[in-house]
Design a protein around this ligand. Structure first.
Ligand code: AVJ
Length: 320
């Protein structure tokens, strides 16, 4: 599985595997009950997320790809030749391909917590781009991390698409930007996709699609708990609830218990009142200037910002 040819290196920082039972024990003892959205993405969850990306209501992926198609060359020019491109979370192959083809970096460094996903997606790219030198790095970027010591200086740039930054509370988002800056070093650049504030109706529609795919994605968390922790939660005893909170500038997703019930997980009982919810996700929205302010407060200089005609999505170029 692990290829160690000259053009395909693999570096394993052995991130502590995500511990679902630990996360439930701590998150479901709080009020309101909560759990990190990173637990959505088991195999089934990743499939459902791919389906979300194709929904009419979910403009995010489509708009970002359109922006990359339009501006990849300009982005590449701003980064320069002889670059080292670091991808935060090996996600949509469509997006990274647009950047790789425009930039032709001297080294491509995908970072991901999932060893399987990382190797699989990097192998596919290696097959199609024979010129590409790859060093895949397995680590959890939401914890403390650094690049492998032997990473060449070059023109370093990090690519962080999809508005994944939106899952972090603004303070954590700022810490993550600082962490990325440290890893890149002075002069390093960050290309980051950020979902924009927009009318509440459009936001609510994007997280409440008419086919119920987002509801399924949310409820997959319960199925995952049943599968991995041998529980018998009735997923239909919970409802999907997603709404925009103006005071927090974020979409919140919840799983709301339709009834009073006790759920037993690995010998611990969790009591739910009727209407009580598990907060499963935050998805923060930023105006271009909100995000530039966050970048400046994190020690970065905003260089450029690309926005589509309908002002749905933004891609920022930042420099450390
Ligand atoms: C992958 C975090 C950017 O917040 O829009 C999509 C995840 N959740 N629909 C987002 C998600 C529900 C997505 N991010």
């Amino acid at each position: 599985l692990q290829q160690h040819t000259a053009d395909f290196q693999f570096h394993d920082f052995a991130p502590k595997s995500e511990d679902l039972s630990q996360a439930i024990q701590s998150g479901w003892s709080e009020k309101p009950k909560n759990i990190s959205p990173k637990f959505f993405y088991d195999q089934r969850g990743s499939q459902l997320f791919d389906k979300i990306c194709q929904l009419d209501e979910y403009y995010v992926t489509r708009t970002e790809i359109m922006l990359l198609e339009k501006h990849a060359n300009e982005i590449a020019k701003n980064i320069g030749d002889n670059s080292c491109l670091i991808e935060m979370g090996s996600g949509s192959s469509k997006k990274i391909r647009l950047i790789l083809e425009a930039l032709r970096p001297a080294l491509y460094m995908p970072i991901d917590i999932s060893r399987e996903h990382l190797i699989e997606s990097a192998s596919l790219l290696a097959k199609d781009y024979s010129w590409l030198k790859i060093n895949a790095v397995c680590l959890d970027y939401s914890e403390q991390w650094n690049l492998p010591d032997e990473t060449p200086r070059l023109n370093r740039a990090a690519f962080f698409p999809g508005s994944s930054i939106g899952n972090f509370h603004p303070l954590q988002a700022s810490q993550l930007l600082q962490q990325m800056s440290q890893a890149l070093g002075k002069g390093g650049k960050i290309i980051i996709g950020v979902d924009l504030k927009k009318p509440e109706k459009q936001l609510n529609a994007a997280y409440n699609d008419k086919n119920g795919i987002t509801a399924e994605f949310n409820k997959n968390l319960l199925h995952r708990i049943n599968r991995e922790l041998f529980c018998d939660i009735n997923p239909d005893s919970f409802s999907h609830n997603a709404f925009y909170s103006h005071s927090h500038n974020r979409i919140e997703m919840h799983l709301v218990s339709n009834q009073q019930q006790v759920i037993s997980i690995q010998g611990i009982d969790y009591h739910f009142d009727k209407g009580e919810s598990i907060h499963t996700e935050c998805s923060y929205k930023y105006s271009a200037s909100d995000f530039q302010q966050l970048a400046v407060n994190s020690g970065l200089t905003p260089l450029k910002c690309w926005i589509d005609n309908e002002a749905k999505f933004s891609i920022h170029l930042l420099e450390y």
